[in-house]
Design a protein around this ligand. Structure first.
Ligand SMILES: [Zn+2]
Length: 280
């Protein structure tokens, strides 16, 4: 079973009027003003999964600044999950700065069957992942519904790219220290966090952390896959593409060509995700 843990989908009307939304939300504009940055609907994702041999995908929309737009997109994701049961699993995007409105939205999404909160994009929405005071009410809801949390993470060094942001390892560590029991998916290999898990105190606070491979081919040399598997264990790595920005097949091939044993590859491609999602 192959499960992609990080995909983005958008309602067709946003895709049709991309330029208008790029103007409306500067962070969206930074990522998607380039027409080569693909935007996908739920149907595009389902078609992509058929081509790539992916059985299920975790999907979410985008960290808009406007909570109204977020709610509209969450509703679209919820509708897609209902239309493709067992194949799409939704996560709720939120604007934490919206306060009680964000709490209500997370409750609504959790009650409707979403499995988590993500992708958090603190840099694009004007808050920081280390702002634990702001995030505490949302994490209370996360605990109540046993939701997962998936956040964008940024490498503190290296090349700049659209959407890189500044979610530093320090911010992630501050979040994990404040909310140690929350199951946390650190996207894009956690911005380098696996390397610090060699420090015993960091290893301790990353007991409930998984690392996703979203956009890996844009970021690291091939050696990243076996290296992180050795550092944190293959059971902590989740296959993730970042579709529509990247094709699912490209990341699957990348993982298949990595220096991994068969069991580790199977865990990364689907088994780990399966246990996290509670698929029997
Ligand atoms: Zn991301």
């Amino acid at each position: 079973m192959i499960i992609d843990f990080h995909t983005h989908i958008f309602p067709p009307e946003i895709i049709q009027h991309r330029a208008r939304y790029c103007e409306r939300d500067p962070w969206f504009g930074e990522l998607y003003a380039n027409p080569r940055a693909s935007l996908a609907t739920a149907e595009d994702l389902i078609a992509e999964m058929a081509i790539s041999g992916v059985d299920a995908s975790v999907t979410f929309s985008f960290g808009w600044s406007d909570p109204g737009l977020i709610e509209e997109c969450n509703s679209y994701v919820l509708d897609a999950v209902r239309r493709y049961p067992g194949r799409l699993y939704g996560m709720a995007v939120l604007q934490p700065l919206a306060g009680a409105r964000a709490e209500r939205e997370l409750q609504r999404c959790a009650e409707a069957g979403m499995i988590g909160l993500g992708e958090l994009m603190p840099h694009g929405q004007g808050y920081r992942l280390c702002d634990t005071h702001l995030l505490t009410p949302l994490m209370d809801i996360v605990r109540h519904y046993q939701l997962l949390v998936l956040s964008h993470c940024s490498e503190p060094v290296g090349h700049l790219y659209p959407g890189k942001g500044d979610v530093s390892v320090q911010d992630v560590v501050a979040f994990l220290t404040a909310f140690p029991e929350v199951r946390f998916i650190a996207a894009h290999w956690g911005g380098g966090l696996p390397f610090y898990s060699l420090m015993p105190e960091i290893q301790r606070i990353t007991a409930h952390v998984w690392y996703d491979t979203a956009a890996t081919v844009y970021l690291y040399r091939d050696l990243i896959v076996p290296t992180v598997a050795r550092l944190v264990g293959a059971e902590r790595i989740l296959f993730a593409s970042d579709y529509g920005l990247l094709r699912q097949q490209r990341i699957i091939k990348h993982l298949q060509q990595a220096d991994l044993d068969t069991q580790s590859l199977a865990m990364i491609l689907g088994q780990n995700a399966r246990s996290l999602l509670g698929i029997i």
